[in-house]
Design a protein around this ligand. Structure first.
Ligand SMILES: *Cc1c(COP(=O)(O)O)cnc(C)c1O
Length: 339
C-alpha cells in the first residue's frame, strides 16, 4: 500500500481489503464472514431504513514505534454497543463476537494501519442494523453486524489547535429521557440542522444546552464537553449525553495526574469561570476551545492565550496519545495488542 499518502490522509473513507459481518436470525448469531465488497444488499422494508434501528461504534488502532498495533479500549466499545442496541430494542452483539471481529479485521487489513511517524491511525466503524422487513412499527427480528476499517488522518486539518463553538438553545439534539445516551444514527440526524447552521455561521462545533431547562451544558456536537478550573477536571452529568470513552479515559488520567474530577450538571453561567475548555472524543481525542459564543445573547467566552491550547488540556492530550501509541506505560490495560 505504498500509494497511500499517510501524512495527508483526510478523516474520510478509503476502501480496504475486507470487512467482517455476522447475521442474527431469530435471536441466534451466525459465524463471522469476511467480505471483500463494501456494499450490502438489504430489504427495502428493513427497520434500519424506516424506523432508525441503527447503532454504531467508533474506535481506533495505532501502530507504535515498536511496530506493534494496539486497539484502544476495545472492550469498552463492545460494552457500549450492547447498551446502544438495547436502548433501541436491537439484538445486542455478544462482547466476544464484537472483539473477535475487530481483532480479525485489523489482521486482515494490516497494511492499512498507518506508520507510527504519520500521526495517522486506523479507524474502526462497527455497526448494527435491523435488517428484517418491518412495515408496522416494531423492532426487527433480524440483524446484521458489520465492522469495517479505514485509515484516517487527524480529525481536524489544523491539528491540536483551538476551535470556536456556538452555544444554542433553539434546537436540541436529544430529549432528556430519550436516546441521547445511546450511539445511534438517529441522534446524528437530529443534530445535523444545528451543526450545519453553526458551520455556516463560522463555528467548528455546536454546543447544546440541556433540553429541559436550557440552563446547563449538554453535548458538544459529536463530542463530550469538559472544562478545567484550577486543579479540577469538570464534565457534565446528564441523561442525554453519550458516555464518551475518551472522556472516561481523560477522567482517569486527570485523577492519575493528581487532579480533582467533577462529573455533575454544569451551568452555562459557569462558562465565565473556566480556565480551559475542550471537546473530547475518539476522532480528535481533544479539541481545545478558544471561544464560545452564545447564539441567543451574543455573549462571548474566551479561553487560552494567543489562540493556543491550555497547558492542562495539552498535558491530558499528550498523555492519552502516548498510551495509544505505546510510548508510555498502559497501567490501566486500555490497549489490546494485535500480534
Ligand atoms: C461517539 C460520541 C462521542 C465520543 O465518544 P468516544 O467514545 O470518546 O469516541 C461523544 N458524543 C457523541 C454524541 C458521540 O456519538
Amino acid at each position: 500500500m505504498s500509494t497511500i499518502d499517510w501524512k495527508n490522509l483526510p478523516f474520510g473513507y478509503l476502501k480496504t481489503n475486507c470487512n467482517l459481518r455476522a447475521h442474527c436470525k431469530d435471536g441466534k448469531w451466525g459465524d463471522l464472514e469476511v467480505h471483500t465488497s463494501d456494499e450490502i444488499s438489504l430489504s427495502i422494508a428493513s427497520s434500519a431504513l424506516h424506523y432508525g434501528q441503527e447503532c454504531f461504534e467508533g474506535m481506533k488502532a495505532f501502530r507504535g514505534k515498536d511496530g506493534k498495533i494496539r486497539i484502544f479500549r476495545l472492550e469498552e466499545n463492545a460494552k457500549r454497543m450492547q447498551q446502544s442496541a438495547e436502548g433501541i430494542m436491537m439484538q445486542p452483539v455478544p462482547i466476544e463476537l464484537f472483539m473477535e471481529a475487530c481483532k480479525k479485521v485489523v489482521l486482515l487489513n494490516q497494511e492499512f494501519v498507518p506508520p507510527f511517524e504519520s500521526g495517522a491511525s486506523l479507524y474502526f466503524r462497527p455497526f448494527l442494523i435491523g435488517t428484517g422487513p418491518q412495515v408496522g412499527v416494531a423492532p426487527s427480528k433480524d440483524y446484521t453486524f458489520i465492522v469495517f476499517v479505514t485509515p484516517v488522518g487527524p480529525y481536524s486539518k489544523t491539528g491540536f489547535n483551538p476551535i470556536d463553538m456556538q452555544l444554542v438553545r433553539d434546537m436540541d439534539r436529544a430529549a432528556p429521557l430519550g436516546t441521547g445516551q445511546f450511539k445511534v444514527g438517529g441522534n446524528y440526524a437530529s443534530s445535523l440542522r444545528a451543526s450545519e447552521r453553526a458551520k455556516k455561521e463560522g463555528f467548528n462545533l455546536v454546543l447544546f444546552a440541556d433540553a429541559a431547562e436550557r440552563k446547563y451544558i449538554d453535548e458538544a456536537g459529536p463530542a463530550n464537553f469538559f472544562a478545567i478550573k484550577g486543579n479540577k477536571y469538570i464534565t457534565p452529568q446528564s441523561e442525554s449525553i453519550l458516555k464518551s470513552i475518551t472522556n472516561m479515559s481523560l477522567r482517569q488520567i486527570a485523577t492519575d495526574l493528581g487532579m480533582e474530577v467533577e462529573q455533575r450538571p454544569v451551568l452555562i453561567t459557569e462558562l465565565a469561570d473556566f480556565d480551559e475548555v475542550g471537546a473530547c472524543g475518539t476522532a480528535a481525542v481533544i479539541m481545545p476551545v478558544k471561544k464560545i459564543v452564545d447564539r441567543e445573547s451574543g455573549k462571548t467566552y474566551e479561553y487560552g492565550k494567543d489562540g493556543k491550547a491550555g497547558a492542562i488540556s495539552t498535558k491530558l492530550y499528550e498523555t492519552l496519545r502516548a498510551i495509544q501509541y505505546g510510548e508510555t506505560e498502559d497501567k490501566h490495560h486500555w490497549n489490546t495488542l494485535i500480534e
